[in-house]
Design a protein around this ligand. Structure first.
Ligand code: NAD
Ligand code: DAU
Length: 327
């Protein structure tokens, strides 16, 4: 199989490609992979093998129609991870989010159609549902995104569905909970807090810290994406969750414990604008239909993640650790 993977110099896409190339996905041992990535601030080429016989790396923009026309022919499937992914940045300026997430997705869908690519796995997010006080979202929940990031992802999600409904393209959509794990950019909660705490620096907890997120190891997310690629159905949406729900305060406590620090380093700062209170997905469908189940416990996954950041300073020290409100 020849697979085109967009955005795979970032956190999740690179984990997917590294696992695939190292034989971690049954039936994909001979696959050839083309990565298309713009190498934005969020990416590093070091996330992928420098030289691998089954990997072709193309630095480029998913909005570039002419480039996609050169790259797409001969591929059997697309797994589309590329996106502007950080909510705080979308609050500061939404234009790159609309451009990359909406126009970039449409550009890839159109190229897939034009070049007869069989399967298109679109990586959406649970944030498209908005925020919920209790219960869990099923795939039938209406989309009510709140941040410009989430709105751009919801638009992309619906455009992707339209290429299935209108043109019959085999589009499969995933909506996953919050990921964590080695190699995440240190702008997101867990790597920002871990890298600062390792250095004995204060960490900015937004609002009262009562917002709830569902945490899933990146390896479990990628395992689910592989199942959707191999066994998913055209036009279907698959929630991916099964992680652990924690308030940001509870997560902070765990990170303080793992880094050997205490609450004196926690600063309560101005809340994120429009901050979603709680995310929780019902992922019964992917468990039932594709046999998905997460394999990493949060305890073990967080321990391993903190150890990775402690041992890999060269991966994150030079990267801009932008924080949101209050900084
Ligand atoms: P990331 O920010 O780490 O990586 C994004 C990658 O996309 C980077 O390599 C970047 O260079 C590339 N990119 C950005 N704009 C591009 C463009 N115009 N053309 C080509 N490449 C471009 O993001 P991530 O956390 O790995 O997220 C990957 C995908 O998963 C995104 O679509 C995101 O919405 C989705 N998602 C993320 C999470 C999470 O918790 N991180 C959860 C659910 C879904
Ligand atoms: O749910 C999936 C989404 O999860 C993905 O689609 C996004 O790409 C990904 O960034 C993530 O969005 P969040 O906004 O939930 O993640 P973030 O790590 O930015 O923040 C997690 C929580 O922690 C959120 O409630 C805000 C809070 N926070 C975050 C930062 C960066 C803080 O309190 N302080 C911080 O400095």
């Amino acid at each position: 199989m020849r697979i085109l993977v967009s955005g795979a110099a970032g956190f999740i896409g690179s984990h997917f490609v590294r696992t695939l190339l190292s034989g971690g996905y049954p039936g994909h041992g001979e696959d050839r992979v083309t990565v298309v990535d713009k190498l934005t601030y969020a990416a590093t080429r070091r996330n992928l093998p420098p030289d691998h016989p089954r990997l072709t790396f193309v630095q480029g923009d998913v909005c570039d129609v002419a480039l996609m026309d050169r790259v797409f022919p001969g591929h059997d499937a697309v797994v589309h991870f590329a996106a502007e992914s950080h909510v705080d940045r979308s609050v500061e300026g939404a234009a790159p989010f609309v451009r990359t997430n909406v126009l970039g997705t449409q550009t890839l869908l159109e190229a897939a159609l034009r070049h007869g690519v069989g399967v298109f796995v679109h990586i959406s997010t649970d944030e498209v549902y908005g925020s919920l006080a209790q219960g869990r979202w099923t795939e039938q929940e209406p989309l009510l995104p709140n941040s410009p990031y989430a709105a751009s992802k919801a638009a992309a999600d619906l455009v992707a569905r339209s290429y299935w409904r209108t043109h019959g393209l085999d589009v499969r959509i995933t909506r996953c909970a919050n990921n964590y794990g080695p190699g995440q950019h240190p702008e997101k909660l867990i790597p920002l807090f871990v890298t600062r705490l390792l250095d004995g620096e204060p960490v900015p907890l937004y609002g009262d810290g009562g917002n709830v997120r569902e945490w899933l190891h990146v390896d479990d997310h990628c395992h689910a994406v592989r199942l959707v690629l191999d066994e998913g159905k055209a036009g279907e949406v698959y929630n991916i969750g099964g992680g652990t729900h924690l308030t940001n305060k509870e997560m902070t406590q765990r990170l303080l414990d793992l880094c050997g620090r205490d609450w004196s380093l926690v600063q309560h700062v101005t809340d994120r604008k429009g901050h979603d209170l709680r995310y929780a997905v019902d992922d019964a469908k992917i468990r039932r239909e594709l046999g998905y189940a997460p394999r990493h416990s949060l305890d073990e996954g967080l321990r391993e993640t903190v150890a990775w950041y402690a041992a890999n300073r060269d991966h994150w020290e030079a990267r801009e650790r932008v924080a949101g409100p209050g900084y």
